[in-house]
Structure formats: C-alpha cells, structure tokens
Design a protein around this ligand. Structure first.
Ligand code: AGP
Length: 608
C-alpha cells in the first residue's frame, strides 16, 4: 500500500517528509516523490525505485519550504516510473493518494473532453484535475469536497494548492489517514509510524471527513462542510509496534487486513448490471476464451492451494478442463501444451523461481500465460502475456494470508469471466455468485471478531504433537493450506488430506495426542465429513471443526468449534481459511516461534 506524509509548520519540510517516508518503507513501494511549497510555488521531485534514489535527486536538485507532502507508491494502475510516481500536479493543485479510484477511466475521459491533458497512467492524476477544475477562487478544502462528489473508490488524499501556501487538505475513504498534532506545526500520514517521532497526539479522521491542516490549527469537517469536534488520542506505541499498526506481528496485521484486501481486489471489476466481470489488464478476447481447450495452473505453496480452489471454480463456471501443477514439477514432466491452452501462473511475490521457470517453459511450448500476482511489474508478470493483479498490498509475513484470499478472489473473477464469455454461466447464476463474493469481506470481518474464541482453542491445543487437516470438495485445498500455515510458523507436524482418504491410510495415525481439524460446513459433503469425525472420535482422536454458525448437530462431534457464516460453496474457501490462519497464528504465538520470519523460510523463494 502507498505511504503518505505531509507537514505544515516552520521547519524545513523536505527532510521531515523523507524521514517519515522511510518509516513507511515496510508498507512496500516501487517509487517515491515529494512536493514542497516555497511560499511562491510548488516544486516536485519524483523517482522510481527506493527512497535513496529520491534522496540523490534532492541532493542534486533540492527543494526548500515549510509546507509539503510526500509519497511512496505501491503501483496498482500504471507501472513504477517517474511519470506515474506521486505527487501529481494539475494546474495549481498537487495531490498524493493511497487507494483505488474505481471510476477513474470515465472521469479521465470526461476531463479529457474538457481539454485536460494527462501525463500519467495513474488513477490519482484524475483527482488532481478534478480538484483543479473545482478550484476557481474557492478555499482548497471547498474545491476538494466538491471534487469528491464525482469519485467512487477508496482513497487517502493529501492536497496542496499553489496559491494557498498555508494549508494541506487531507481526506479519506477506506484507506488509512491520521493527523499528528504538535505546537505550531501539524502533520498528516497514512500511518502512525511516519510521524510518531514528532508527536504522540493524533486525530483519526473518519471516512468522508476532510481535514484542513495548518500550522496553528486543524479543522475537521463532515463531507458537507460542517465542523466536527474530534478528541485527540495519545498513541503510546513503540516505533516498531507502530509499523505493525499495534499488532504483535505483521502476519496478525495481514490476517486482519483481509476484508480490505479482498474488497480492493474486487473494486472496479464486478460489473453489477451485466452480471459480468471486467478483468482490467487481461486482454483475452471473447474469441480466445471460447477457443480454449484447457487451463493449466502452475504455482508453489500457498499459491498452489489457491490454484486447486481455482480448478473447482473454473470447471464449475466455465466447463473447461483445468489441471493444477506444482511449478517445481511442471517442467520436468515434459508438459504437452498448445496455443489452445491457457497457463495461469499464480504468485504473490512474482519472483518465485520455480513458477518463473514454468512460465518460460509454457511460453516456449506455445501456450499463452496469464499470471495472478500481487507485486506489480515483478518478474513473473513481466514474463507473462496477461496479468490480473491482486490488490492485497504488501505482504510482509512469510506465511501468506491476505494474498491467498485475494488469489482465490481473482480466480473467482476469472472463472466468472470465462463462464460468461463461453455462455456456460447464466446471467442469473453469475449475479448470484458475484453477490455472494461481494458479501465475503463482511463475513470475514465477522469471523475475525471471533478471534478470542479461536485463541482459546489454540491455547488448548498448542502442545499437541501432530495435526491432521481434512476436508472434502472445494474445501480440500483449505485443509492443505491450514496444515501449511500451522507447520511453517509453529514447526508442528501437520498434514492436509482429502477426508475421503482417511480409510486409505491416515486413520492409522488417530490417537488421543493427534488433533484432527475438519472443515464441516453444511455443503454437499457435510454428512460424509461427519462420518469421518465419528471414526476419529471412536479412536479417541480430538476434533476441531470449522462449521456454520448455529449448527447444533456438529456439537455432538466436537466441543471445539470454529463457526463461519453460511455462503455459497464456491465462496466458502475464502471464509473457511480464516479460522485456520488464526489457529495457526495463535498456536505458534503460544509456542514462541518467530511468526513473521519462521526458521529456514524466505518470503520469496527466488532459487529453485
Ligand atoms: C506460504 O505461506 C509460503 N510462504 C510459501 O508456500 C509461498 O506460498 C510460496 O513460496 C509461493 O510464493 P509466491 O506466491 O510468492 O510465488
């Protein structure tokens, strides 16, 4: 996610902004920039790459002034480059932005028709032009408020105006933004760490509200301009805690970011009126989609588990045969591919060596490659024909969580698009499926609220020596993923298995020191999973069950229940993984392992 810092006061702004941006580096970024008002005009310096590149630029071409805004960009629209880096200027207005402007294309067209010229591929530049259009002789805060009437999407904005050199206007919708209060100077930032060294006194503005930030005062207003009285809060975090937003680990923070990450990945892609999907940067024509004979998914680890869920979704909606290959095995099996095959490569980092090698092999064999990735312009997207980006934001914890849920959502969108193009998915069914998907972020929020209960189950089981995760159908990959989460951060042996395989071997493992974690939601496999649980209980095995809320029957099979809201079976994996992520996290936490940097593991496996 992008980082924003702003300063207004009597000190030189540039070094303060650079220090603030450095404290936001953990958020991940691929370009950076500053805008400084020297009292007469606004100077801008921007550079792709890390902050040291921007620092060197500022040494060569310094900016001086006591008012400024800075930005680190995590690219979502438009590749990492100088012209796409923030801040963006239009006329007298300069903005920095974090979020996704859903209707940027239509607004850009409307503004171009008015003679506006754009210099970047970003959605952010649209904000600058919209505000400049409204400015006239109005106070900047009034122009910002009027411009926001046209936008749909998520944003945290900090705005400067060339002829109003005493103020920053800041506003937000869904993306974070805080105001830091000091004596005769004030600051804004997308996150507390950026400005914690200057103040412990913060004001948190709510969605839609707007803050007029000047050296001697901060005024908060409602979307229609009425003043808001908001008490300041004292933040006692250490700087390191602040980077994790008060969470003990990045993994915990990222588990809790999943509603936002999922919503951001869906934003601008679900076409409600036509019950279809817009896959922005995937340029596959309907004719291409109709001629496809097969889809081959290649990935590693958690991304491979997402691919297994994708198989269910694509075969269900598009009726195309789907194979799912471990990328590390793919090129050794002499794959048979043609130009009627579509290879889908899934990777959070976009740098996994095995997956990159599989992509190269696929292209050599004549197949087209679509990649689902979370890091713009990384190696795998650059090697693929088409890219569908997840918008999970940087994932710092080695154990993948929010990337996994957004990968499944991206596969869901791809499956719907394929099904609608191939007329194997009716408008009515697509509408029903997309509505269930759109409700998933709220369902996830409800599961997260049950964390204390999950933590108590983790406490009861954190000394268990072995776990068997079982599930059937579309939740089978969730059993694999739940086992991977537990083993990679707690070092406890855990295995995922299709529940139907229990009699074919794994049931020999069952005894009182083995815990069986089952996905037992009320879908078509429910009764069969219950019979698996009876077999486990008959052998003194302990059962932890993911179930639907208010399921009374399951209570006779286990006292350790992890409830999730009911939804369509196609959407269930996005929910059933949540309790397993939290179970793994808390078991590891009770055991004191290094949750964010587990032994022997790297976030991105760039070697084969
Ligand atoms: C998942 O928790 C692990 N960190 C690992 O299995 C990971 O999913 C795998 O290495 C693939 O990484 P990628 O998605 O960046 O390609």
């Amino acid at each position: 996610m992008c980082g924003i810092v702003g300063y207004v006061g009597s000190r030189d702004a540039a070094p303060l902004l650079m220090e603030g941006l450095a404290r936001l580096e953990y958020r991940g970024y691929d370009s950076a920039g500053l805008a400084i008002h020297d009292g007469k005009e606004i100077g801008i310096r921007r550079a792709p790459g890390k902050l040291r590149v921007l620092s060197r630029l500022l040494e060569r071409k310094p900016l001086s002034g006591t008012l400024g805004i800075g930005h680190t960009r995590w690219a979502t629209h438009g590749r990492p480059s100088e012209e796409n880096a923030h801040p963006h200027r239009a006329g007298r207005v300069v903005v920095v932005h974090n979020g996704i402007l859903e209707n940027h294309s239509e607004l850009r067209q409307r503004l171009e028709k008015k003679g506006r010229r754009f210099t970047s591929q970003t959605d952010t530049e649209v904000f600058a032009h919209l505000i400049d259009e409204e400015l006239g002789r109005k106070p900047l805060e009034e122009a910002v408020r009027r411009a926001l009437r046209y936008v749909r999407g998520t944003y945290a904005l900090a705005v400067l105006c060339a002829d109003q050199p005493d103020r920053i206007v800041a506003t937000k919708n869904a993306s974070p933004l805080v105001v830091g209060l000091c004596q005769n100077e004030n600051l804004v930032a997308s996150d507390v760490p950026a400005i914690l060294e200057h103040t412990r006194k913060f004001v948190f503005i709510e969605d839609g509200e707007l803050a007029l930030v000047q050296a001697g005062r901060v005024k908060i207003q409602t979307p229609d301009g009425k003043p808001v009285r908001r008490r300041s809060r004292h933040i006692g975090w250490s700087p390191l805690m602040a980077e994790k937003g008060g969470h003990k680990h990045f993994m915990h923070k990222e588990i809790h970011e999943q509603p936002r990450a999922l919503a951001d990945t869906l934003t601008g892609r679900v076409l409600r009126d036509s019950a279809d999907v817009h896959l922005d940067s995937v340029k596959l024509r309907v004719r291409d989609l109709k001629n496809l004979s097969r889809i081959v998914i290649v990935a590693c680890g958690t991304s491979w588990h997402a691919g297994l869920v994708g198989k269910f979704l694509i075969e269900r909606f598009a009726r195309i045969p789907v194979e799912v290959d471990l990328a590390s095995e793919f090129r050794y099996r002499g794959p048979i591919l043609s130009d009627r095959d579509l290879v889908v490569a899934i990777s959070q980092s976009g740098e996994t060596a095995d997956t990159l090698a599989a992509v190269r092999e696929a292209r050599k064999l004549g197949a087209r490659v679509l990649c689902i990735c979370n890091v713009m312009d990384s190696g795998i997207p650059r090697t693929s024909d088409h890219v569908l980006y997840t918008h999970a934001g940087p994932e710092i914890g080695v154990a993948s969580t929010k990337a996994f849920v957004t990968q499944m959502a991206a596969l869901f969108l791809l499956a719907v698009r394929l099904g609608r193009a191939r007329k194997t998915l009716s408008e009515k069914e697509a509408r029903k499926q997309l509505a269930a998907l759109a409700a998933a972020p709220e369902h996830i929020e409800r599961i997260l609220k049950n964390e204390p209960h999950i933590q108590e189950i983790a406490r009861a089981f954190h000394t268990t020596k072995a776990f068997l995760f079982i599930a059937r159908g579309i939740n089978y990959p969730i059993a694999l993923e739940g086992a991977l989460k537990l083993k990679e951060i707690s070092y406890i042996h855990a295995e995922g298995y299709p529940a139907g395989e229990m009699k074919h071997g794994p049931i020999a493992l069952i005894e009182k020191d083995v815990a069986v974690v089952a996905v037992a939601t009320k879908n078509s496999t429910y009764e069969k999973v219950l019979s698996n649980l009876s077999e486990v209980r008959a052998r003194d095995g302990q059962v932890i069950a993911i179930c639907n809320q208010r399921d009374k029957k399951i209570e006779t099979y286990s006292p350790h229940l992890l409830p999730v809201p009911a939804t369509l079976d196609t959407v269930e994996p996005l929910l059933t993984i949540l309790p397993l992520q939290l179970l793994a996290y808390h078991i590891a936490n009770f055991n004191g392992t290094d949750v964010d940097q587990p032994r022997n593991l790297a976030k991105s496996v760039t070697v084969e």
